[in-house]
Design a protein around this ligand. Structure first.
Ligand SMILES: *Cc1c(COP(=O)(O)O)cnc(C)c1O
Length: 478
């Protein structure tokens, strides 16, 4: 009995703590080395079979040595990540992360705060970020908001709040029954909108994908037609998603026009601003987002353009009470008090489906406090300037052609060839395997494009030059 409770996972003696501390400092130092010398590494490299095989071992019964496990991390995990910290990474839309974000993430893990609820300053940090978000987007003080994994989850929450607005809170008990809700978004919208329709039970068949104009923006006349056609057929239009920074080409819908239609028709106006919404931080780009302040809800990520380490998505809802009435549930074990630890209601768990939640707010708060909004805006503007530089390089090179207008930070282009789809797919794989630069691909009007999304704060003109040079080299032999 005497030893009961002595067997924790912490070091037992002062010298054991000392050893752990020294090992921790080595781990931190290795990560600084990684970040300081990123440029000397390949962006990505093919994964050897024996490395993959190392991750099928039986669950260890006995303790392992921390230094050795860390060694495995350095040898078999770190070199085979996707490489979005690297300045040459231009695939999909991935943020680069920062050392400050890494350090804050470590502090958050040490504190091990659970932000589901209760009276604690970590929740005040999350609400502080919400206040900044409200100011940035021109939302009222009554707006509510929540950190979530990413924009996919944020879009789902926006959709669920809009569903409450359309059908009342009884929908939470009754379900959708015979409702005939329909939703609208651009044909260029991210697939997570259809997924949200699926997960919500409304079904992706009820999502109308509105065609785009030549600038890849939602055709607002077609939107109006689709809504009135649905009304004629007895459907109940309830939700429009405008896109601020489309995933293929970085187009921004005419948010002001969509907002007018939503208002006139009595529909919820949600913006998927996964990366684009934070263009509000750059004074030269902010005017492009006119109408954003009129949205009923906005979903976006701090882990893309704001460079906060994964994951850090956010949803902000103009009518905070409506967000709360969509999710809050009474439970004896979540009873609220006016003082003591169970004070501070409403809690974050009243605003979304998650109960236990990590301290995503801390790395975001650190990032904004340390770099400041101005600098973050400059980084965003720089990625757009680099995209214009790449566009110029493509236009100056007879062997390359531009496939879409460059609205923000995404450039879609390809190597000219009679067999262009095959050749360009091969070029992208060769680029990725070379470790020089890592764009991804997309299809535009059925044509395969090399798609470079410049999101990383570390990317410079020399990385664009390397991409163009390697594209030409690989194009010749593809
Ligand atoms: C990245 C992205 C998403 C998905 O966001 P996650 O954070 O990956 O869930 C949705 N929409 C757009 C426009 C995006 O760029």
């Amino acid at each position: 009995m005497a030893d009961l409770g002595k067997d924790s996972l912490d070091p037992q003696q002062a010298e054991d703590w000392q050893e752990l501390r020294a090992q921790g400092q080595r781990m931190l130092s290795d990560m600084f080395d990684y970040l300081e010398h990123l440029r000397e590494r390949p962006v990505w490299q093919p994964i050897p079979q024996e490395v993959r095989e190392g991750f099928h071992e039986a669950m260890p019964d006995k303790p392992g040595d921390l230094a050795q496990v860390h060694q495995t991390f350095m040898q078999d995990i770190l070199p085979y990540a996707v490489g979005n910290a690297h300045p040459g990474f231009m695939g999909w839309v991935h943020g680069g992360g920062t050392a400050v974000g890494m350090l804050a993430e470590m502090l958050a893990a040490g504190l091990n705060a659970n932000l589901g609820g209760r009276d604690q300053i970590p929740i005040a940090v999350e609400r502080q970020v919400l206040e900044w978000v409200r100011d940035l987007f021109g939302f009222p003080e009554t707006a509510s908001g929540l950190f979530v994994t990413g924009t996919s989850m944020a879009n789902l929450i926006g959709l669920l709040v809009a569903r409450t607005a359309a059908l009342g809170t009884r929908v939470r008990q009754e379900g959708l029954a015979a409702s005939k809700l329909t939703a609208y978004t651009s044909a260029g919208a991210h697939g997570c909108i259809a997924q949200a329709m699926n997960v919500s039970g409304i079904g992706s068949d009820a999502l109308r994908l509105i065609p785009m104009n030549e600038n890849y923006q939602m055709d607002v006349a077609a939107l109006e037609t689709a809504i009135s056609e649905d009304r004629r057929q007895g459907f109940q239009p309830f939700f429009i998603v405008g896109v601020a920074g489309s995933v293929d080409v970085g187009a921004i819908d005419d948010l002001a026009a969509i907002s007018r239609i939503a208002k006139r028709e009595g529909l919820w106006f949600h913006v998927d601003g996964a990366y684009g919404a934070l263009a509000m931080l750059a004074p030269e780009l902010a005017p492009r987002l006119e109408g954003l302040a009129l949205a009923d809800s906005i979903a976006f990520d701090f882990h893309k353009w704001a460079q906060v380490p994964y994951d850090a998505g956010f949803i902000v809802v103009r009518d905070g009470t409506l967000q709360q009435s969509t999710f809050t549930s009474p439970a004896a074990y979540l009873r609220r008090e006016t003082s003591g630890m169970a004070a501070g209601s409403p809690w974050p768990c009243d605003l979304g489906p998650d109960l236990s939640r990590g301290f995503r707010a801390l790395k975001t708060w650190f990032t904004i406090k340390v770099y400041g909004a101005e600098k973050m805006g400059q980084v965003i503007a720089k990625t757009c300037a680099l995209a214009q530089y790449l566009k110029q390089c493509v236009e100056n090179e007879p062997l390359l052609e531009l496939l879409a207008p460059v609205s923000l930070n995404i450039v879609c282009f390809r190597y000219r060839s009679i067999d262009a789809d095959r050749v360009n797919a091969a070029i992208v794989i060769a680029l990725q395997e070379s470790g020089i630069a890592a764009p991804s691909t997309t299809l535009l009007d059925g044509r395969l494009a090399i798609r470079a999304a410049i999101v990383n704060h570390r990317t410079e003109a020399c990385d664009i030059d390397a991409l163009v040079r390697a594209t030409l080299d690989f194009g010749k032999v593809a």
